[in-house]
Design a binder for this molecule. Structure first.
Ligand SMILES: Nc1ncnc2c1ncn2[C@@H]1O[C@H](COP(=O)(O)OP(=O)(O)OP(=O)(O)O)[C@@H](O)[C@H]1O
Ligand SMILES: [Mg+2]
Length: 313
């Protein structure tokens, strides 16, 4: 092993000294670190086996640069990409918690949940307007500050990974498949409404403490996203408001056309929810949830093995 081929406490990467590991995902680890002037930052470090792969590193650099240019109060700020030895990294603002760590204590109270949803919807509305689909909205990528305001992290990263996978054929799964949209599960083209579905799964988890679809098997989970109707959140949590349930179920519609048309529209629905005087007719529960699932995606027949449209990404 040469020096600087694995992150460790006390390691110096450019201006940053690593202090504490915060966690790791599919292809990177994140450390709390400190700059020479004492400022705390988070440093995301590509796992050495990917830093050694030029094609991946290039994509990671391009997408990180792209994300660094997304400047919005609800999108995490990230800095220059650097390299020390085999370690490729970038710094970003350090947050004390994520939605994932907050949910480890149990479901969130509805007002707090709605405030976070609004913050995430603002970040998505901004990014989608720039043509950026996040592709990996989930509690780990929603970071919370001391007063519970949320920012979204990892814009562009999932695109770097999926672009690399389709260009090279390398089999590489990022993160968890629990938050994948049906169109991601099928390798179909994506637009911003895919992020709205992943936000719906995130809200379901945040409101009920549970995921709508659970399986250890990747393909089974993908099939559930495509075909199975989620149990209505109020089934086990009657204390949740009907309006919140309607929003969650609309976000979880199988077909993108049955979801809110945009993050902007979701923001309007959240406004209407907080103001009972406003017209709320758009809170229509998708027909897919009245009785059996009806979408443009062909239904799975029991015993049927593989379908033509089935194409894992
Ligand atoms: N700027 C940050 N401040 C505080 N914690 C962070 C920061 N960025 C990431 N984290 C936390 O560090 C952990 C690892 O993050 P990372 O993005 O590498 O993986 P992930 O989001 O869990 O999965 P994926 O592989 O899909 O990216 C996560 O729990 C995340 O919430
Ligand atoms: Mg992340």
């Amino acid at each position: 092993m040469t020096l600087l081929d694995a992150p460790a406490q006390g390691l110096v990467l450019g201006p940053y000294t690593l202090e504490k590991p915060l966690g790791q995902g599919g292809f990177a680890s994140v450390w709390a670190a400190r700059k020479g002037d004492g400022t705390g930052v988070a440093v995301k470090i590509l796992k050495p086996r990917y830093a050694g792969d030029e094609a991946f590193e290039l994509r990671f650099r391009q997408e990180s640069q792209f994300a660094a240019n997304l400047s919005h109060p609800r999108v995490i700020r990230i800095g220059e990409i650097g390299r020390e030895g085999m370690l490729v990294y970038f710094a970003m603002e350090l947050y004390p918690a994520s939605l994932a760590t907050a949910l480890a204590q149990g479901p969130l109270p509805e007002p707090q949940l709605l405030a976070i949803t609004r913050d995430v919807a603002e970040a998505l509305a901004f990014a989608h307007a720039q043509g950026v689909v996040h592709r990996d909205i989930k509690p780990d990528n929603i970071l919370l500050d001391e007063v519970g305001r949320a920012v979204v992290s990892d814009f562009g990263i999932a695109r770097a990974v999926s672009g690399y996978v389709s260009a090279t054929g390398v089999n590489m799964t990022i993160g968890t498949p629990h938050y994948l949209s049906p169109e991601q599960a099928q390798g179909r083209p994506l637009d911003g409404r895919s992020d709205l579905y992943s936000l719906g799964i995130t809200l379901y988890k945040a409101a009920t403490g549970d995921l709508p679809f659970k399986s250890k098997d990747w393909y089974e989970l993908a099939r559930m996203h495509v075909e199975e109707a989620p149990a209505p959140p109020r089934q086990n949590h009657p204390d949740l408001s009907k309006k919140l349930e309607r929003i969650i179920l609309r976000l979880l519609a199988k077909h993108p056309d049955d979801r809110p048309a945009s993050a902007e529209e979701l923001l309007h629905e959240l406004d209407a929810m907080q103001d009972p005087g406003r017209d709320t007719r758009s809170f229509k529960v998708p027909d897919a949830y009245r009785g059996s699932v009806t979408t443009s995606i062909p239904a799975h027949k029991p015993g049927e093995k593989e379908k033509k449209w089935w194409k894992p990404w």
